[in-house]
Design a protein around this ligand. Structure first.
Ligand SMILES: [Zn+2]
Length: 213
């Protein structure tokens, strides 16, 4: 109900943000709604890079944040490549903002949300103090090996699927550090799943500690 103004009752998702409150100001009547303006942490990477394994390994182990996998709300209606999947990303930002009102930031695990150009222009981006990005990357051959090892029903052994994810994996490695904001990289090539999970946990805790300083 965050978008319905408590004063005038109008539904606006494009509130004006004053981070000094922080307050979300109704563009219709000027009512100032105090809210928790938290960071959103995003753990990304191409398919096969290890996002889901890390999310599952860390479930229940990081009390300071709420860890969620992007895929859980995916529906065919979100499959809108012409609109750069904007509806999907807006939905996640809105969920994360609402979860955050209970006081804990969200750590979102997913592929497309790891690209700042997909997230930063979203209307709901304004409700966060910042979006911090981490991408898991690995060698292309290993990525292909991991995708081929998946159960057949997922269709990940298709050469076109593998090539697309290898390209995405290379994009993170080559362009990740230069995007705005930059993407932190974690190479999982010679790292065990358990060590990868601890390194991601350390990244999350380091990010969260920035806000306490
Ligand atoms: Zn209003």
């Amino acid at each position: 109900m965050f978008h319905v103004c408590q004063n005038c009752g109008m539904w606006r998702r494009d509130k004006i943000i004053d981070p000094t409150g922080p307050v979300a100001i109704c563009p219709e009547c000027g009512h100032q709604h105090p809210f928790k303006m938290l960071p959103l942490l995003i753990v990304s990477g191409a398919g096969g890079a290890g996002k889901s394994s890390v999310c599952q390994a860390l479930a229940g182990k990081i009390d300071e944040a709420v860890l969620l996998e992007g895929d859980i709300i995916w529906r065919p209606e979100f499959n809108q490549p012409d609109d750069a999947f904007r509806g999907f990303f807006e939905a996640w930002l809105r969920i994360a903002m609402n979860v955050g009102q209970s006081g804990r930031p969200v750590v979102l695990f997913g592929a497309g949300m790891g690209v700042p150009a997909n997230m930063e222009p979203c209307i709901h981006r304004r409700y966060f103090s910042r979006l911090s990005y981490l991408a898991l990357v690995c060698d292309d051959d290993l990525l292909a090996e991991r995708l081929r090892a998946r159960p057949e029903w997922r269709g990940c052994a298709d050469p076109a699927f593998i090539a697309a994810h290898q390209q995405f994996n290379r994009w993170f490695r080559e362009e990740g550090p230069t995007t705005a904001p930059g993407i932190d990289l974690l190479d999982t090539t010679n790292v065990s799943p358990a060590d990868t999970a601890s390194q991601v946990a350390a990244w999350i805790r380091n990010q969260l500690s920035r806000d306490k300083a």
